[in-house]
Design a protein around this ligand. Sequence first.
Ligand SMILES: NC(=O)c1ccc[n+]([C@@H]2O[C@H](COP(=O)([O-])OP(=O)(O)OC[C@H]3O[C@@H](n4cnc5c(N)ncnc54)[C@H](OP(=O)(O)O)[C@@H]3O)[C@@H](O)[C@H]2O)c1
Length: 297
Amino acid sequence: MKILVTGANGFLGYYLCKQLLLQGYKVLATGRGECRLPFTSSPSFNYISMDLADIDQTRTVVSQLNFDFIFHAAAIGKPDDCELDKTRATAVNAEGTGMLLELIANTKTPVCYISTDFVFDGKEGNYAEDGLVNPINHYGVTKAQAELLVRAYPGDWSIVRTVLVYGRPMTGRSNLLSIVQEKLTQGQTYSVVDDQIRTPTYVEDLVAGLLLLLEKRALGVYNLCGEEILTPFEMAVKTAKYLGLNHELLIRTSSASLQQLAQRPLVTGLKIDKAKEELGFMPRSFEQGLMDTFRPH
Ligand SMILES: NC(=O)c1ccc[n+]([C@@H]2O[C@H](COP(=O)([O-])OP(=O)(O)OC[C@H]3O[C@@H](n4cnc5c(N)ncnc54)[C@H](OP(=O)(O)O)[C@@H]3O)[C@@H](O)[C@H]2O)c1
């Protein structure tokens, strides 16, 4: 079975491609520009450059390839970047998704779209799959728009929402844990918010959930995230203590005083009962995720 992965060069993309290959799938990885993945020696791995902002390139690539399933993970995923260039964020995250779906609509290839807790406004928290979508920043708006396009897709579709993904960054963006390690190792202070509530997700748990969803051909919306409720500041302190770094360099701060470009939903966190019951999803504890993030590779 051949799986097309978009955003394959990204943080999630690396772990997803790696696990798909380990499980015996053929992987058609797509990303912006050159391949940054170390799997090119595998006969089951192919990389093709595909920029979702480039309509002609995407059309050419999609029309020339055969694949049986798509994990659509490509996105401009940093909320502040989306706020800074709303037009581009809409073009890639929403219109790019729409174009991809349009190009495969006649084949009805099953699609799994990777979405986010940022489609919610953060007033309630602990959102189930049918929670009220009401984004408060442009990143969330574009992801919610893409979700609507996926829901209208004529083939089989699933939407996986996840939360504050952490782990060892291999080819993609850094994350809270890796930033804490870097800053504190250099003796720098780091301001971290303590008024946002999240259910952080270890990247390999997210991948395990995506593979379960693929194997079971599960359809519809699923939350795949950790089960523990933590603030970013709590995560940062646990990380510093685990690494034996000076946690007093961490400055507890509030969302209001941090003045980030994109407003963040305060209380998110997602319920994972559905994924546990229907998929057998079993995320690890944050303590275990910390160990796995920093275990020597
Ligand atoms: N990380 C989280 O905490 C988190 C939480 C909730 C949801 N998500 C979702 O999870 C998915 C994967 O994110 P991630 O954490 O792996 O972030 P990431 O490392 O930034 O991966 C996203 C990938 O999308 C690629 N991309 C950006 N613009 C593109 C374009 N025009 N055409 C093709 N590819 C493009 C990026 O390419 P470059 O590498 O070249 O920039 C990057 O490799 C995203 O859909 C994100 O919204 C992530």
